[in-house]
Design a protein around this ligand. Sequence first.
Ligand SMILES: Nc1nc2c(c(=O)[nH]1)N[C@H]1C(S)=C(S)[C@@H](COP(=O)(O)O)O[C@H]1N2
Ligand SMILES: [Mo]
Length: 401
Amino acid sequence: MSNEELTALIQRAQEHGFSRRQLLKLFAAGGVGALLAACERPPGPDATTLSVELPWVKDPRPFVQHPTNLETRLELLDGVITPNELFFVRNHAPTPRLDASQYVVRITGDAVEREVELTLAELERLPSESVVAYLECAGNWRGFWLTETGRVASGGQWARGGVGCAEWSGPTLASVLALAGVRDTAVDVDVIGLDDGAFSRAMPIDRALDPTTLVATRMNGEPLPADHGYPARTVVPGWVGSTSVKWIGEIRVTSEKMWSKNNTTSYVLIGDDWPAAEYAPADGGPITTGVVKSALALPRPARLDTGSHTLFGFAYSPQGPVTRVQWSADGGGSWQEARILDPVLPHAWQRFAFEWDAQQGRHTLLTRATDTGGNVQPEEARFNEKGYLLNIVLPHEVVVS
Ligand SMILES: Nc1nc2c(c(=O)[nH]1)N[C@H]1C(S)=C(S)[C@@H](COP(=O)(O)O)O[C@H]1N2
Ligand SMILES: [Mo]
């Protein structure tokens, strides 16, 4: 059975109410037979009739559903902006439903001159900035460690839909912090969520004061949806999704480096190929920025009629616009240039397109992005145990009939 057939089988079994993770376990234990048995199970109850509380608020049906995450189907997207209702959700706890009339953000820490509390109305009275930025989970593509390298990385087995791009609006984090007065001694800014477990991630003061770092209260012109951090979240363009903390409750400015779960044991690069000692107290190097990637906006495997098609995809890099996307239909023997479509915006992803004359049979398409820094998607991946930042040139099977 090919990797693509395995992926298709897992997708089919997912429609029967199993999570991808459960299915990978089933597969590990019982092979293809166990997966086929999962496909025999009557389909799970429709999401609207589930009696348990869902970990998210929005309609999960357009997504690939994981236990606490909703994965975007890239083939449903046809522009630079990902509509709010199709934007992936990555939650470590159920979406909290916060009452804006009770909401305050506290600015605290030993490196502010005074602690302040801001209401949503006060945040919204500050000058608002907008940035169109893509946001990607550091674990996006994690499922392909198994199918492409044969190694299982721990964590949610995302395919390619843990990424999206929106217009985020709200005050800069710098203007919010200015209300509390940042001392010269400030080193780190820890942003702490109001969800169960108080998800938090610290960033260095320079990144916090960067004019692109926002306290977003709006997403694509609407108030932030509950699942995306209502009433306010940080947005840190170019940095991995976990640094954009949803449902902000507290922002702590400190004159010492801040360590918490999300920069010591999670979102760190660990494994045989990664040095550990120099990062103590973290287990490995904490991840900051993402990596250059490209993905076709087609299901896997894709099914196309014979004949000429314009195929679309998305390419992105934390360094800014991707300057080049190449594609290959012969396993990388020869490469052709894809067109990068307008608009090209500094922190957004880019759409690309190319024409392909599809002949009957099974094909594997490859796409490869290069960014302004000359970074190119590699052929080989350097494994890390938590499966972050995979960006190899990914084979995409297309069945033409
Ligand atoms: N408070 C809080 N913020 C959070 C998270 C979370 O679980 N709780 N998940 C993070 C992770 S890992 C990612 S990838 C992004 C996902 O943002 P989205 O759900 O709006 O797509 O939110 C980040 N911010
Ligand atoms: Mo994430």
